[in-house]
Design a protein around this ligand. Structure first.
Ligand SMILES: Cc1ncc(COP(=O)(O)O)c(C=O)c1O
Length: 433
């Protein structure tokens, strides 16, 4: 078996790391993960590290869940892949029905793709094509929120507004209008302005896209559910589509199954990925209403012109079905409620640490700030380094420190994780590191 040093040398020599400059790639410490179980990442030396970022916000049921391993093994014996063009199979068709069952009422159709970005890209393309071939080609613009993040493809970057991710590509992106940034965390004026933009141009808007209630990449920014409820009414009044990007917030991350449930709304299109496959396989879906699906009836020229090789991949679909079964059998959402309450309490307590501001949480997502510089801030990274030494893998968004543990994390592991977050933050902010 190769040593950690050998693996790190290979990594540094040949790998291109996401969101990391080539210089940083050579310098930043790396934890070599050998295996993982529950909330724990385990090194080759047996060192156990709590995975506080849920392996990029997707690991909702913990690593190596025995039922997900078994479902994957079972499915691999039978059918690992097959095109979804003019063929179907049990995992894809049953999963579609089961997703419709748990989705906000009225979302009746499921289009599969491979990751969060494609799920959103598909939603944008559906909305655009829908109007184009159903008598309203002038509805060709999208509205979005400031600070939005919807993925890294060109379409999703156009809808996005986290400049650090998109500014270099700006000349390639299409124009999406959005209100200015919230001031002092006040979101009401932002939604008022969004409604005004919508009313001013009601007949030209193909859709409004939002991350419901929590903007993840912008720094775990949270806004009240009532604003989403009101936005749904505005989109209905304007006769346009609401696209809910639940890639991060879905599958109980914020409490209920969908963040839209807090607001009691059904969007026209809903994007899901990450937790959909328990964070195990690249798998995603875009859900739509029957009305939108009906807009694609007719000859070949009216078909949705989109498809991926691995659309509805049987392994991913079988694992996603098992994820849904675990949510049902273990009542994951109900069981997470006391954990979320405890997380909220401990995150609120972080204000006792001098230098910590804006503690906030929703469901199993908690965050706070440790400085002003946002995504480009470095204090969060110092805290992350300190936390790694204490046994937790944090991946801050610059100076936003957050935790998104598995929904089914043990109470003792949750306390341990929050102890480490507290201790590493205290040490760094006291200048002890
Ligand atoms: C809200 C949201 N949409 C879309 C994406 C893109 O998902 P993926 O990284 O799977 O392409 C993310 C990823 O973090 C996200 O948080």
């Amino acid at each position: 078996m190769p040593s950690d040093d050998e693996l790190i040398a290979l990594d540094r020599a040949h790998l291109w790391r996401p969101y990391t400059s080539s210089d940083d790639h050579e310098k930043r410490p790396l934890f070599v993960v050998d295996r993982a179980e529950g909330p724990w990442l385990i090194g080759s030396d047996g060192r156990r590290i709590l995975d506080a970022s849920g392996s990029w916000w997707c690991n909702n049921l913990g690593h190596g869940h025995p039922r997900l391993r078994a479902a994957l093994a079972r499915q691999s014996e039978q059918l690992m892949h097959c095109t979804l063009a003019a063929a179907t199979h049990e995992p894809a068709s049953r999963l579609a029905a089961e997703l419709v069952e748990v989705a906000p009422a009225g979302l009746n159709r499921v289009f599969y793709s491979d990751n969060g970005s494609t799920a959103v890209e598909v939603a944008l393309k559906i909305a655009f094509q829908y109007w184009r071939q159903n008598g309203c080609p002038e509805r060709n613009r999208f509205l979005a929120l400031p600070g939005a993040y919807h993925g890294d493809t060109l379409g999703t970057m156009s809808a996005g507004a986290v400049d650090e991710f998109t500014s270099v590509f700006r000349p390639l992106l299409f124009n999406v209008q959005r209100p200015p940034e919230p001031i002092d965390h006040r979101w009401e004026p932002v939604f008022d302005e969004l409604a005004a933009l919508l009313r001013n141009d009601a007949d030209r808007i193909a859709g409004v896209i939002v991350e419901p209630l929590v903007q993840g990449a912008a720094g775990m920014r949270m806004y009240p559910a009532e604003l989403l409820t009101a936005l749904r009414e505005e989109t209905e009044r304007a006769g346009t589509l609401l696209i809910a990007d639940e890639v991060f917030t879905g599958f109980g991350r914020t409490g209920p199954m969908w963040a839209c449930d807090h607001a009691g709304i059904t969007p026209d299109l809903l994007c899901t990925a990450k937790g959909l496959s328990g964070g195990v396989l690249p798998f995603s879906a875009t859900l739509a209403t029957e009305r939108i699906y009906d807009g694609f009836r007719g000859d070949k020229s009216r078909a949705l012109m989109h498809g991926h090789t691995f659309c509805g991949n049987p392994l991913g679909a079988a694992v996603a079905r098992e994820v849904l079964a675990i949510y049902r059998d273990d009542d994951i959402l109900e069981a997470a409620k006391p954990k979320a309450a405890r997380l909220a309490e401990r995150i609120q307590d972080m204000v006792e640490v001098p230098g910590v501001t804006a503690p906030r949480s929703l469901g199993m997502c908690g965050a706070f700030e440790v400085g002003e510089s946002g995504y480009m801030g470095t204090i969060g990274w110092q805290i992350s380094d300190a936390a790694l030494g204490l046994g937790a893998h944090l991946r801050p968004l610059g100076n936003t420190v957050y935790v998104v543990p598995p929904l089914n994390i043990d109470n003792a592991d949750l306390e341990r994780l929050l102890d480490i977050v507290r201790e590493s933050t205290e040490r760094v902010l006291a200048g002890a590191e």
